[in-house]
Design a protein around this ligand. Structure first.
Ligand SMILES: Cc1ncc(COP(=O)(O)O)c(C=O)c1O
Length: 388
């Protein structure tokens, strides 16, 4: 059975070149990067090369990169590493749960958090961030690209506001890294988190950019790994994989390879919107990463459509992987003002480097007929059709 994977915002397959780069770690290059003998130094050199590659992707110094276990750890480290009871934070209503639940935890520890809203396109208004500032504001944490809609937030403007107010600025760039150019100095952020498995490196590795001079309270206590910012023996294969993936992502961005991906994404939208009635793009009109589209198919349950498409070989999603199966509609889509039934009727298609034009044709050969079949079974759709 043919299977096509269009759920790359949940995770991406490890690229063959990334796997090749990691392979020696499972054989001859097994040393501990903290050991002073040959084996250790060989590993240390490989880790430092990976650090250079990640720094090059983000436009920072290698010494400003801390390797983590992924996006969740990076977000937690940035948010709880900077704040203490009594501090005020500014975040948004559409953040990933790695940020939202870190903020909730801090609220329970005596911090106050303002969650700025988004408009109908899913965009934060920088003026809302400005208005939310207080003398006690310590940190602004607003994501660069949303995982469900792909909408890119005005992070440069927010960075300027943070700098003028002398407040730290963290951005969760997990869904932006490798999809749009990132230059930390242009963004004006002090901290930025990325995750390996969203850019064709393995799951369980990530990195955080920490601007020179920023003092972070570590989350783990142990050895002085990662300049005492993240204790624990490094995930060397993962780090080397992330380094290779960062290198490939930077080259692809420089070559303009992602134009092909955005053309495929636009093709999905155009075909679905023209062939399937009562559909629309969530986040339309806002700047978006090139690989993501989130489309609502009114009168059906997104979960039912995901399952029906999966049975035919197409993997897509209703949004955040961790909330699949949850009855609650997406907090991102409802924050954009979508009624719960439209939020529940929404599907995310997210492309990766491995996807071809044939994959898109396959997806488009399935979606319209599957939607039509589910709508035939939908009493809501039938009633509407009868009454109109
Ligand atoms: C925007 C965003 N932030 C954070 C995360 C968490 O990253 P990880 O899975 O590496 O912990 C994700 C994962 O979906 C994400 O999309």
């Amino acid at each position: 059975m043919r299977r096509v994977y269009l759920d790359n915002n949940a995770t991406t397959p490890v690229l063959p070149a990334v796997l090749e780069a990691m392979r020696p770690c499972f054989g001859e290059h097994f040393g501990n990067a903290s050991s002073i003998h040959h084996h250790g130094q060989e590993t240390r050199a490989a880790v430092e090369r990976a650090r250079e590659s990640v720094a090059a992707l983000l436009g920072c110094r290698a010494s400003e990169i801390v390797f983590t276990s992924g996006g969740t750890e990076g977000d937690n480290l940035a948010i709880s590493g900077l704040t203490c009871a009594g501090d005020h934070l500014i975040s948004s209503t559409i953040e990933h749960h790695a940020v939202l639940n870190s903020c909730k935890h801090l609220e329970s520890m005596g911090c106050e958090v303002t969650y700025v809203p988004v408009d109908g396109r899913g965009l934060v208004d920088p003026d809302d961030v400005l208005r939310a500032l207080r003398p006690s504001t310590k940190l602004i944490t607003i994501m660069m690209a949303n995982n469900e809609t792909g909408v890119l937030q005005p992070v440069e403007e927010i960075g300027k506001i943070a700098a003028e107010a002398d407040v730290y600025f963290h951005t969760d760039a997990v869904q932006a890294a490798g999809k749009v150019p990132i230059e930390v100095n242009r963004l004006g952020c002090d901290l930025l988190s990325i995750s390996g498995h969203k850019l064709h490196a393995p799951q369980g590795v990530g990195a955080i950019y920490v601007r020179k001079g920023t003092i972070l309270q570590p989350m783990f206590y142990g050895g002085s790994h990662e300049r005492s910012r993240r204790a624990g023996t490094e995930n060397v294969p993962g780090i080397i994989g992330l380094g290779k993936a960062a290198e490939l992502a930077r080259e692809a961005l420089e070559r303009g390879d992602l134009k092909r991906m955005s053309a495929m994404r636009d093709g999905i939208e155009q075909t679905i919107l023209s062939e399937v009635e009562a559909t629309g793009v969530n986040g339309e009109g806002a700047p978006r990463v090139p690989n993501t589209t989130n489309i609502h198919f009114d009168y059906i349950e997104g979960e039912a459509l995901v399952i029906a498409l999966d049975l035919k070989g197409l993997a897509v999603s209703t949004g955040a992987a961790c909330s699949s199966g949850a009855i609650e509609p997406s907090h991102v889509l409802t924050a954009m003002g979508l009624p719960p039934e439209i939020a529940r009727a929404s599907l995310r298609f997210s492309l990766g480097k491995q996807n071809s034009g044939e994959d898109i044709e396959f997806a488009l050969s399935l979606v319209p007929q599957t939607v039509a079949r589910l709508r035939e079974l939908s009493p809501v759709y039938n009633k509407t059709a009868v009454s109109s």
